[in-house]
Design a protein around this ligand. Structure first.
Ligand SMILES: Cc1cc2nc3c(=O)[nH]c(=O)nc-3n(C[C@H](O)[C@H](O)[C@H](O)COP(=O)(O)OP(=O)(O)OC[C@H]3O[C@@H](n4cnc5c(N)ncnc54)[C@H](O)[C@@H]3O)c2cc1C
Length: 319
């Protein structure tokens, strides 16, 4: 049996941030992830200045692809306007590996299947034992499934389906573009340049709103890539996108049960307007580590709900 005071299941931004903080706070921690890092993660890879601050990330020293945008170009119901802001793009393939390495804790390649609680300890697949268990395994996290699903069922209306592709591309336009509600999609598509000659394009929206109209996200994607071609943003590329479903911010009642916790996508925390989950993953990872260290109650109340508050003012029905 491998013993550790804390075990974090999942080494994405939620898990690696939590492990980083736990380790800094002197709690012996290991991370289990079913994938070997660096691993592909379906994500646009857009991060906010708050993420940079929360992670104490020194941009000058970050060794991988990193771009900063001072403006975002929105298209909403066909109307174009640009907003002065500061946002960044990273590549998840590099970023997640860098964060996990920085956490400076042992990482084991292991797909968690079975978890049980015995005499106050959590036993994972009869192989690992810990006092504190953190579920950071994304939307299908086994810790959520085992201890939280019944008490905190997810609101299916907040399920997002999204597909994207990141590829090397000699892009001529280095701006970031976002198209909302194209063909009545309850969601948006994006064109997001990355450093070192990469580009990420993708589209996402509310799963059931799309399904109930007899549509698929693939259908919207096919329209979108024709549009990229027509706008000369991406020409002559043979696409093979990948998809993932995850949840927008839930009104969860239970994020801690005894000494088990859920953070990031496992807790369903992506922002209600833009579906950004990296920031909330990082914030919840820090809150969880602090709760474990201090013994105080873990609460997700302070985690960012909206990427853009003006969005909620313009579209108050967007809940
Ligand atoms: C197409 C798309 C685009 C997106 N774009 C953005 C964006 O631009 N900006 C943004 O902020 N958010 C974006 N998001 C959301 C963001 O990707 C997630 O919210 C974020 O990755 C959540 O981080 P996490 O650490 O909770 O989970 P994840 O990053 O999903 O990490 C979970 C980890 O758990 C591991 N795991 C899963 N099951 C097991 C198991 N049984 N045993 C062991 N390990 C396991 C996985 O291998 C994985 O490494 C996007 C999502 C999608 C689908």
């Amino acid at each position: 049996m491998i013993e550790s005071e804390a075990i974090v299941v999942g080494g994405g931004p939620a898990g690696s941030t939590c492990a980083w903080k736990l380790n800094l706070n002197g709690i012996c921690t290991i991370v289990l992830d079913k994938k070997r890092f660096p691993r592909l993660k379906v994500c646009a890879g857009w991060i906010t200045p708050k993420v940079v601050r929360d992670l104490r990330l020194n941009i000058e020293e970050y060794p991988y692809s990193f771009l900063t945008f001072d403006r975002l170009n929105f298209h909403i119901f066909g109307k174009r306007f640009s907003v002065r802001t500061r946002q960044h793009s990273i590549r998840r393939y590099e970023f997640d590996q860098w964060l996990l390495k920085r956490a400076n804790v042992p990482v084991k390649e292991h797909a968690v299947k079975d978890i049980r609680k015995e005499a106050g300890y959590y036993i994972i697949d009869d192989t690992f034992r810990c006092k504190y268990l953190v579920g950071a395994g994304g939307a299908n996290c086994p810790v959520y499934r085992t201890f939280f699903r019944k008490a905190a069922p997810r609101n299916k209306k907040r399920l997002i389906t999204a597909i994207e592709e990141e590829f090397r591309y000699d892009y001529q336009d280095a701006n970031c573009y976002l198209w909302f509600f194209d063909r009545k999609l309850l969601g948006y598509s994006w064109y997001l340049p990355k450093g070192n000659g990469y580009l990420n394009v993708g589209i996402g929206g509310r799963f059931f709103a799309i399904k109930n109209r007899g549509e698929t996200i693939r259908g919207h994607w096919n329209y979108f890539i024709k549009k990229l071609d027509a706008l000369s943003l991406v020409k002559n590329h043979s696409f093979s996108p990948r998809g993932y479903n995850y949840y927008l911010r839930q009104t969860a009642k239970t994020d801690q049960k005894d000494n088990s916790f859920i953070i990031g996508d496992a807790a369903g925390l992506a922002t209600l307007d833009m579906g950004e989950g990296i920031g909330p993953a990082v914030e919840s990872g820090i809150l969880c580590a602090n709760a474990i260290t201090s013994g105080r109650l873990y609460s997700l109340k302070s985690v960012t709900r909206y990427s853009y508050s003006f969005f909620n003012i313009i579209f108050p029905w967007w809940k």
